[in-house]
Every structure is written in C-alpha cells, then in structure tokens.
Ligand binder design. Structure first.
Ligand code: ATP
Length: 460
C-alpha cells in the first residue's frame, strides 16, 4: 500500500484544508470516516458548479424542467427499483483486525487483476488461493465474501420496529420517476424531454475513499431524459457529446477525460448500455460521470408496484407507450475533486520561489476578484472599499488589507482568484488601478471606470 507521504492527493488535501475549501468531517471528535465539510470557499465552488449545471441543462434548454424530490421516499420505491435486492457490494472481513473490504477492490489492489464477473465463491477462493494479506494488519485470515446492501436504513416511527424501515436515497433518479405522471399532467412537456434534479444521495460505502472521491453522503446532478425507444441510440450519442462539452465548459482538459464502456455482462440490473466518463485522477483513472440507457425499466416497475399507469400518449400519433430513459449523471464531489486536480499547480518563479496556484476556469472560481489597498492607510483603504463595493454587487469578491502585498497575491493564487486589483497612491491621482492576472501574473494599469467592463469580458 502507498505510504502516506507518497499519497498523490496529499498536497491537494492539504491545500483544500489550509484554504478553507474542504475540512474532514467531525474533526474535533476524531473524524468520521468518508465524510467532509465544505468550508467557505468550498461552498462557493460547489454553488458555482451547481448553478452553472442548472443554467446549462435547465434554463438554456427548452426540453428540460427541474424537480426537487424528497430524500425519503416510500419504501416500496426501492423494492420496485430493484435497489433492495440488487444494490449491494461483495465485502469480506479480516478476522484478525475486523477491518472490512470490498472484495473487488481487495483483489484489484493486491493482485493487480480485475475482479469483474467473479461470483462470491470465486472471490473468496481467489483471496484464499493467492494468500492475500489484510492491507491493514497483514493477517491472511478472511471471512467468506458476503453481499452488503449500500442503502442507509432509518426508521419512520418511534417504535423502531421492523417494518418501519425507510431508506436514505442512494440516487436521486427515483424521485424523478415517481413524479413522472405529475410532470406530464402539470407541465407542457412533449417527448423527448428531460427532468433534472440536484440533491443529496447516501451510500454506505465501506472502502476508504481517496478524499472526496468516494464518500457516504454526496450530491448528484442527474437528468432522466424521456424518449421513444426507437431513438435511444442517437439520444445516447448526443448526451455523450453534451457531457464532454460540460467537462470542457468547467475547465477539465479533454486529454484527461475518457470514455469507458461497461461490458454487457456487467451492466446494472436496469441498464442496456452504460458508458462512464472517467478522469485521470492522480490515484488512477476512475469514474467521474455515468451515462446509462435505463430502458423503460423504472417506469414499468413503478407502474406495476404502484398500480398507476405511467404511459404517455403521443399527441400527434396517439401512440401509447411507457417512455424509455437516457440518464446522464454527474457527481458534485467528483467534479470538485477533478477540478482541484486539474487546477492545482506548483510553479517555480523567476526569483527561485515556488508558488502554489489553482488555475480554475474563471466561471467556477469561488472568488472572482480580490481588491487590495497597497498598504493599510486610511486614504487608500477608503478608495479600495468603494472599488470593492462596486464589484461585489456583481461578483463574489474579497477585500483584503492585511499583510504584505506579495502574501495577499499568494493567498489568492491558492484560492484560484482570477484577478487581483491593487489601489495605490497613483490611484488617488488618476483613478487607475493595477489589475493582476492570476495565471500570467502580469499587471496592467486600467481606469476604475472601465474595470467592470474589462472584468465582464475576462470572466465570461
Ligand atoms: P462507483 O463505481 O465509483 O462506485 P457508481 O457507478 O456506483 O460509482 P453511479 O451509481 O453511476 O456510481 O452514480 C452516479 C454518479 O454519482 C457517479 O458517476 C459519481 O460521480 C457519483 N458517485 C457515486 N457514488 C459516489 C460516492 N460514494 N461518493 C461520491 N460520488 C459518488
């Protein structure tokens, strides 16, 4: 196993904490595995991503509407969707130290081979035959492999008895399917159309998570795009291209995003085709987003289990059918992790110093501009505050007057702030400021009057 010092994510995790992006969950209680808090800058970054996603996929399209369904759905939903029976991972326990591992991960990491397609028994045998050691304590003493459901269970009544079980949703998608009829009845939607939702999902993931790559509570941005079965192949290709365009829009390099087709025999119980968009994370190339053709499995099952027809009637041909679905799904945490990895850089400066910088795409940067008085003098600070007030009305900006100017630049380089504006004594004479570009570190002198116009062009 990799030593902590060799962890390729270490500098990113450290920066995320140092600069108020992401903190370990419940830290003062010793931490709580696979949970994190988004700090003041993390929450801005997250909001920018979600707002841009909503604007791109809901507001700027005429074939999409939004929904915000509940986290707790009727327990029958999960019976109908197949999650109660199928949404599980094969796990194995170390008898010596009681650590629990996902069998596929243990086999892949210890033996450097894929565990795809292996049955429970084959996984147990593989681990035994190859004398796989517990990555935690080194013992070779495992239980048999067993399936564990990934859904978190809670109880609806005070009695806590069996039968009261409710589940925290492991995906947002089902809320969309069960409101399909409401949307058809209340909105002027015509197939093909999509329903988008952003919300929390919960999975009882056992394996450690590579920072926020695999957490137990995360947000999904999902679309269920309803179609006639005959168009699924073309719609699938269109969405694949659209997902690539999104990656580009937020600043992920095309060279780091690839497609991974799921082999037919390993498809989820609801899918006829799935392609993952995988990203070259520092710890390996892994799933960023997914695109699945879910057929009409979900709507058909909900019709069967609820007793309500979920058919759609084509207004022109009068054909009645249960719509099929293409599902593009985007994890918020994985988006943030990919963006941090993509943007992170340590650069050697001409004077020999190193600077750490996040080259965020300006449209997703948490702070768009920082305004500094050159020094802590009332006369400069007053002017700087008026400039800041004008900009803050339009963008999230920051005012900072403490410390040497170089240190303030470095701090905003680490926050990924695209522009810094400095007010100096010349400003008081001629109403101009210096505008410093984060990436080139070049400074130009610009009139205050033109600042909003110049920033609007540079930030869009
Ligand atoms: P994996 O194979 O990594 O467990 P998955 O194939 O189960 O992921 P999906 O069910 O397709 O994931 O979920 C849709 C998206 O939700 C994923 O592409 C990912 O971005 C995100 N996601 C899923 N599980 C997690 C998690 N535990 N932590 C953070 N994000 C997640």
């Amino acid at each position: 196993m990799a030593q902590p010092s060799q962890d390729p994510l270490k500098p990113i995790v450290a920066l995320a904490k140092r600069r108020g992006f992401i903190y370990p969950g419940s830290e003062i209680y010793g931490g709580f595995a696979n949970t994190y808090s988004f700090g003041p800058y993390g929450v801005e970054l997250k909001k920018n991503i979600k707002d841009l996603w909503w604007k791109t996929f809901v507001h700027q399209r005429r074939d999409m509407v939004g929904l915000d369904g509940p986290i707790l759905l009727h327990p029958k939903v999960w019976l109908a969707s197949g999650h109660l029976d199928n949404f599980s991972d094969a796990m194995i326990d170390c008898k010596a130290c009681k650590a629990r591992f996902r069998c596929d991960h243990l086999i892949e990491e210890s033996l450097n081979r894929s565990a795809d397609g292996l049955t429970l028994q084959q996984m147990t045998e593989t681990i035994l035959e190859h004398k796989v050691k517990c990555p935690k304590c080194g013992a070779q003493d495992f239980t048999e492999a067993r399936y564990f459901n990934l859904m978190f269970t809670t109880h609806m009544s005070k009695t806590g008895q069996e039968g009261d079980a409710a589940y925290l949703r492991p995906e947002t998608a089902q809320a969309i399917f069960i409101d399909f009829k409401n949307i058809i009845d209340t909105m002027r939607v015509k197939i093909p159309f999509g329903v988008a939702q952003i919300g929390k999902a919960f999975r009882n993931e056992i394996t450690p998570g590579n920072f926020i790559f695999r957490v137990i509570e995360f947000e999904q941005m999902e679309i269920e795009y309803f179609i006639h079965e005959s168009t699924w192949e073309k719609t699938f290709e269109d969405w694949l291209n659209t997902m690539h365009s999104w990656c580009k829009l937020i600043g992920l390099s095309e060279n780091h995003v690839h497609e991974k087709e799921h082999p037919k025999e390993l498809l989820s119980h609801y899918s006829k085709r799935t392609v993952d968009l995988v990203y070259d994370f520092p710890f390996g190339t892994s799933e960023l987003y997914g695109l699945a053709y879910r057929t009409n499995f979900d709507l058909s099952r909900h019709a069967e289990f609820s007793g309500h027809s979920l058919e759609y009637t084509d207004p022109e041909t009068r054909e009645k059918f249960v719509p099929h679905v293409i599902e593009p799904t985007f994890g918020v945490e994985r988006t943030i992790l990919a963006l941090l990895c993509e943007a992170y850089d340590e650069e050697q400066l001409e004077n020999g110093e190193m600077r750490t910088v996040l080259h965020f795409e300006p449209r997703i940067a948490p702070v768009k501009a920082a305004v500094f008085p050159l020094m802590k003098k009332e006369i400069l600070a007053n002017k700087a505050r008026t400039v800041f007030d004008d900009l803050q009305r339009i963008w999230n900006c920051e005012y900072d007057e403490s410390g040497a100017i170089g240190k303030r630049y470095r701090r905003h380089d680490e926050l990924g702030t695209p522009f810094c504006i400095t007010i100096d004594f010349d400003t008081l004479e001629n109403d101009t400021v210096t505008l410093r570009d984060r990436d080139s570190m070049k400074q130009e002198r610009v009139p205050i009057q033109k600042l909003i116009e110049i920033l609007s062009t540079k930030l869009s």
